[in-house]
Design a protein around this ligand. Structure first.
Ligand SMILES: Cc1cc2nc3c(=O)[nH]c(=O)nc-3n(C[C@H](O)[C@H](O)[C@H](O)COP(=O)(O)OP(=O)(O)OC[C@H]3O[C@@H](n4cnc5c(N)ncnc54)[C@H](O)[C@@H]3O)c2cc1C
Length: 267
């Protein structure tokens, strides 16, 4: 078994996690007690990219076909992983996605500067060759009912993600120019991919920007606003600034609460 094959026994998409995962495994690495932990995330990222480049990542076809059919609703990483495993087990799998492209938040949430979309497309080629079928622009519950799916398929997987923004019901929320992150980030992902959209364009170009929230989504908005050419950006965070090293409240092997900075696709 090649190293790339071994890696894939526990992770369907190490090229996604290698680029995006906050790597709690590194926070729990034993070496991390008194030294820098093993850089598991980057090692996995390099193994999978080299595996693709050198032809080790190929379609894995099932040994037997079960004759069973499965519908997966939602094509984010959860739906894709479920679909791939089920197809490899010999089931006939169809993924239903209400959006026009496959990938969920990988496609339309996470900006290209964190993960370019060819990374998703490369994996989809493998999945199609493994027999997974994809139906885009089909909203289950609207374009096709759950009942119809239950009749057509032996099993149905629900992997629709959260899709719930956290509102901030304060005076001024209704003003022009105040947007939820996903309205903003989805548009920019489409713009980068050359996909048209009908909503009123939102851009930070030439604007002074305030970002409320200092987590990953806020950080993606910050990176996007800078790339769009904002004049200035201010980011507000409710919590106090974490310490530069692991906080006492999160001892090993917990995920360390500490101040982190990141750049584009930081290896
Ligand atoms: C801005 C942003 C940045 C992020 N950055 C990171 C990161 O750097 N690292 C990290 O680990 N995580 C990150 N996350 C979190 C990560 O993207 C999610 O945890 C992950 O995508 C969840 O996967 P999922 O498959 O459950 O759902 P989703 O990715 O949300 O996919 C669900 C899919 O189901 C589809 N769907 C929903 N309802 C229906 C329906 N009725 N019919 C058909 N299709 C339907 C949706 O259109 C969507 O495509 C980020 C999230 C956001 C919003």
């Amino acid at each position: 078994m090649s190293i790339a094959e071994a890696l894939h026994t526990t992770n369907n998409f190490p090229e996604f996690t290698g680029r995006l995962c906050p790597a709690p495994c590194e926070g729990a690495c034993v070496l991390g007690i008194n030294e820098d932990p093993v850089s598991i995330r980057i090692i996995e990222w390099n193994i999978v990219d080299r595996g693709f480049n050198e032809g080790f990542v190929t379609p894995i076809l099932p040994v037997v076909q079960t004759g069973k059919t499965v519908a997966i609703i939602g094509s984010g990483p959860a739906g894709l992983a479920a679909a791939q495993q089920l197809a490899r087990a010999g089931h006939e799998v169809t993924v239903f996605e209400k959006s026009d492209r496959i990938g969920g938040l990988l496609r339309y949430g996470i900006p290209d500067f964190k993960m370019e979309k060819w990374v998703i497309d490369r994996r989809l080629e493998q999945m199609k060759a493994e027999g997974v079928k994809f139906q885009t622009s089909v909203a289950v519950g609207k374009d096709i009912t759950g009942e119809q799916l239950r009749r057509q398929f032996d099993a149905v997987g629900l992997t629709m993600g959260a899709e719930q923004a956290r509102e901030l019901p304060i005076p001024g929320r209704e003003l022009k120019g105040v947007h939820l992150a996903m309205e903003y980030l989805t548009q920019q992902n489409k713009r980068t991919a050359g996909i048209s959209f009908s909503d009123e364009p939102i851009t930070a170009k030439g604007k002074r920007v305030v970002i409320i929230g200092g987590g990953d989504t806020g950080s993606d908005c910050l990176g996007t606003a800078h790339r769009q050419g904002c004049v200035e950006a201010h980011q507000f965070e409710l919590l106090p600034e974490p310490p530069p090293q692991r906080a006492d409240s999160t001892p090993w092997p917990l995920w360390p609460m500490q101040l982190r900075t990141s750049g584009p696709s930081s290896r």
